[in-house]
Design a protein around this ligand. Structure first.
Ligand code: NG1
Ligand code: ZN
Length: 546
């Protein structure tokens, strides 16, 4: 008998509407497909179909998020979310790339290939949970995803505008049996956990949040309404309602890379500021010190604060579980030293991209993972949650011990464990500062960042750069690493590495050293080296004259 997939006509009809331009190839990168929105319609259509196949195979709902995160407003992107709210498994990234790049004529053949290879039972039903960010192209591209879903007979639940982490959370709730899970489920859970943590006395100083003119603004507003202005005081900046553009001179990426305030924000010393990125899965904090110097509290500082707090509560509650932290090569060297030497907590290094950090983090009972750019969360093993919960209910424990276990349990409830989440991370930070009676000043003083610089170099083919050791060293082009080593040796506390970006057509260069001047100079020298050794195109990076 013909399988439903062999109803080729409807597929081909829709495929014609979402036709792939010739000679265009894209790869499922660090966070799905990303590129110019105007050239990606066929990718969205095909990812709708792929989500149906994955849903049929796993007999679970699959998420599809339409966003290009911190990229410019004219870009867009799409990524799939696996049943527990985690990123799509790596083996399917290859499948996604194959389907995205199949010619129009080969599309059905490619679909059949996936079905056969993955042994997919097409008689299974498929449910896809779809959401999008506020980009002008997102609505029509999410319609393309919907067409892909109907082409293969899947059911689509379209949640409209959501932050990326909200969709991850909803996917996990849905597959846990909460079939009516929606945005409200999210607000109710996180606002109630936060209120349990900080209600007495409420948070008294305000926090100003730059929402990058993205979907974070309306969603943070809703969360704020659920928590109540009597508990937390949030001022939203760059809410997308004015003339500001998404991610333009604002948002977490801008603030982290430029190490300066977003557009239009007049900062006051010691006040707390935070920036989300365009889809609200990243957050960085910042402030001004008494001399009006910009102080950045990035993903490393957030991770260090969270690790410190969890460590203290574990020590107080005497709950014996393994706590660890995961960073990437971009982590500031002093954050790694602080967590390893002062907190005595083990730090692991993973490749860039949260999925890699997530995988390493789940090896610990409690794993705190963050990219320096502010993307991260905490994972907790189920057995570990049970141990903490038992301690929190154990009347035989001394009051102080039991109390710490209760605090730890409630604190972990405020965390979105599926993926990095700007809103939930913000609540976690606010709760810790509140519990410790700290301002940003004490937090910033946990350790001092080593001055650092990130640059980009454009080359003809960025895949000529290959890396090893969690991207800290290159293996190709030949001899490049030795040259980088020589440059690094010229600078006190020098460290530098390069890697091809997974989301932009560039090679990224990172450098740190004892002074900002040295970090800048090392980054420049390495950029020039990349340009020369790895086929640089366009304007050659220049060393500034002294
Ligand atoms: P690429 O473009 O692969 O460097 C960037 C970030 C990642 C991650 C992804 C997804 C840096 C250096 N890189 O990846 O950490 O967040 O975007 O958004 O920040
Ligand atoms: Zn993002």
């Amino acid at each position: 008998m013909d399988s439903p997939l062999l109803q080729e006509i409807p597929i081909l009809k829709l495929a014609e509407v979402h036709s792939k331009p010739d000679k265009q190839a894209m790869a499922y990168g660090t966070a799905g497909f990303r590129g110019k929105a105007s050239k990606m319609d066929h990718i969205f259509f095909r990812m709708g179909m792929l989500a149906v196949l994955r849903s049929k195979m796993l007999k679970s709902a699959i998420g599809v998020m339409v966003t290009a995160s911190h990229n410019p407003v004219l870009d867009n992107g799409v990524k799939l979310i696996d049943p527990c709210g985690e990123m799509l498994v790596e083996s399917w990234e290859v499948i996604a790339t194959g389907l995205a790049n199949a010619s129009n004529d080969d599309l059905v053949k490619e679909l059949k290939k996936i079905v056969a290879k993955e042994n997919i039972d097409l008689s299974q039903t498929a449910t896809i949970l779809l959401a999008r960010d506020t980009r002008p192209s997102s609505l029509s591209l999410s319609n393309a995803v919907q067409d892909g879903i109907s082409a293969l007979g899947g059911t689509c639940r379209n949640y409209g505008l959501l932050t990326t982490p909200q969709l991850h959370y909803i996917v996990s709730c849905y597959n846990d049996g909460v079939k009516d899970a929606d945005e409200d489920t999210y607000y109710k859970w996180f606002s109630s956990a936060f209120k349990t943590l900080v209600n007495e006395p409420p948070v008294n100083s305000n926090v100003t949040v730059d929402c990058a003119n993205g979907v974070g603004a309306p969603k943070l507003n809703k969360l704020y309404e659920h928590i109540g202005a009597n508990v937390i005081d949030i001022i939203i900046h760059n809410d997308g309602e004015g003339c500001g553009k998404l991610n333009e001179k604002c948002g977490a990426d801008y603030v982290k890379i430029q190490q300066r305030a977003p557009i239009g924000l007049n900062m006051e010393p010691f006040h707390r500021y935070a920036s989300f990125d365009g889809d609200a899965d990243r957050i960085v904090y910042y402030s001004l010190d008494c001399d009006c110097n910009f102080v950045l509290l990035d993903g490393d500082k957030i991770a260090s604060l969270i690790t410190l707090y969890i460590k203290e509560l574990l020590d107080e509650s005497k709950v014996d579980v393994k706590l660890g932290m995961v960073q990437t090569a971009y982590a500031n060297g002093n954050s790694t030293r602080y967590v390893t030497d002062t907190l005595n907590v083990m730090v692991a290094c993973a490749r860039t991209g949260v999925k890699h950090l997530h995988h390493k983090a789940v090896e610990f009972d409690i794993g705190v993972y963050f990219e320096a750019n502010g993307h991260g969360t905490v994972t907790v093993k189920e057995e570990c949650s049970n141990v903490i919960e038992r301690a929190a209910k154990d009347d035989k424990l001394p009051a102080k011990q039991k109390d710490a276990a209760i605090k730890l349990k409630t604190f972990l409830d405020v965390i979105n464990k599926t993926v990095g989440d700007a809103m939930s991370d913000m609540l976690a930070v606010e709760a810790i500062l509140h519990a410790k009676g700290w301002s940003v000043r004490e937090w910033a003083q946990l350790y001092t960042d080593l001055p650092n610089r990130q640059l980009k170099v454009t080359v003809a083919d960025r895949t000529v750069i290959r890396t090893t050791d969690s991207e800290r060293r290159t293996t190709s082009p030949e001899g490049l690493q030795e040259e980088i080593d020589k440059l690094v040796a010229l600078f006190p506390n020098g460290r530098s590495f390069v890697r091809p970006s997974g989301t932009e057509d560039v090679v990224r260069v990172y450098a740190e050293s004892d002074t900002q001047e040295h970090a800048d100079s090392l980054a420049k020298k390495v950029s020039i080296l990349i340009y020369e050794k790895a086929g640089g195109v366009g304007e050659k990076p220049k060393e500034e004259s002294a």
